[in-house]
Design a protein around this ligand. Structure first.
Ligand SMILES: [Zn+2]
Length: 270
């Protein structure tokens, strides 16, 4: 299984083969390509807090949701991301807010409600989508280095087990486009945090560089977090595309700072 790139009505996005093969779910990892925003948000900006024209962001969501498939008009739930590890469950009692309303703080979402689209944002941070085709539930998580050190991917899988009775062996995981070890160079606080979280198992994902810096493989560490939560290695797919290496296709926070739009990872139980 591997990632596939799609272009539907000009919208370029990626999907994971394992989630597609399992059936019963729609999902997408967006790129910059196929929207209507201009300037530094060109063109498929899905970030609602980045200063872009709200009407353009709405049109961009309409486009990516139509391209993704599923119910493109159903409820959309996002979060106010804070680089933590809190996972918010979306239930029948969850208020469905407007696209530009401020959502509660969390870095992950889970639901077992068909037709509800969960969305998280990223621009270098690692987007993680989870799906259990047996217990019929989904999760989306945003993992920057702090979220990775807090094992947010594992927290999301564990929340699916706790709330919906998922067995870890049934969970399918897709780790989408994000900054790769080619570009994620850090000081020692990052590898130290990973060693504190994962112990010696983190070592293969932390490469020391001359001069005291490190290269850190955040996607590999998120896959490790999922395996430690019991998700089978064969059910974890990792997109090799690095958001910093491909500036025409992705926004990179490392490259651009706050002068940028955001990609999103979306998932909906059908
Ligand atoms: Zn790179």
């Amino acid at each position: 299984m591997s990632f596939t790139q799609h272009e539907i009505s000009g919208v370029v996005f990626r999907t994971a083969g394992g989630l597609r093969a399992a059936g019963g779910v729609a999902h997408a990892f967006s790129t910059r390509i196929g929207g209507v925003s201009g300037g530094m948000w060109a063109s498929l900006n899905l970030g609602v807090t980045r200063g872009d024209d709200p009407a353009a962001v709405e049109e961009n969501y309409r486009r990516i949701r139509a391209a993704m498939g599923g119910d493109a008009a159903g409820p959309l739930v996002k979060t106010s991301q804070v680089h933590g590890a809190h996972i918010r469950a979306v239930t029948r009692d969850t208020p469905i807010l407007g696209l530009h309303d401020r959502e509660p703080e969390a870095d992950g979402l889970v639901t077992d409600l068909p037709g509800v689209t969960l969305a998280i944002y990223s621009a270098d941070c690692i987007p993680v989508l989870l799906y259990d085709p047996v217990r019929r539930c989904v999760a989306a998580a945003h993992a920057g280095w702090r979220g990775t050190a807090a094992a947010i991917a594992a927290r999301a899988a564990e929340r699916m087990m706790a709330d919906y009775g998922c067995r870890p062996g049934d969970i399918r995981a897709a780790i989408g486009p994000g900054i790769g070890p080619c570009c994620f160079e850090t000081h020692e606080e990052v590898p130290a945090a990973m060693e504190a979280a994962y112990g010696a198992a983190a070592a293969p994902y932390l490469a020391p560089l001359p001069g005291g810096k490190f290269k850190v493989d955040l996607k590999g560490l998120n896959a490790l977090a999922l395996r430690q939560a019991g998700v089978e290695a064969a059910h974890i797919e990792v997109d090799g595309e690095c958001t910093m290496c491909l500036p025409e296709k992705y926004w990179s926070h490392r490259r651009l700072g706050d002068r940028r739009g955001s990609m999103a990872a979306l998932i909906q139980l059908l």
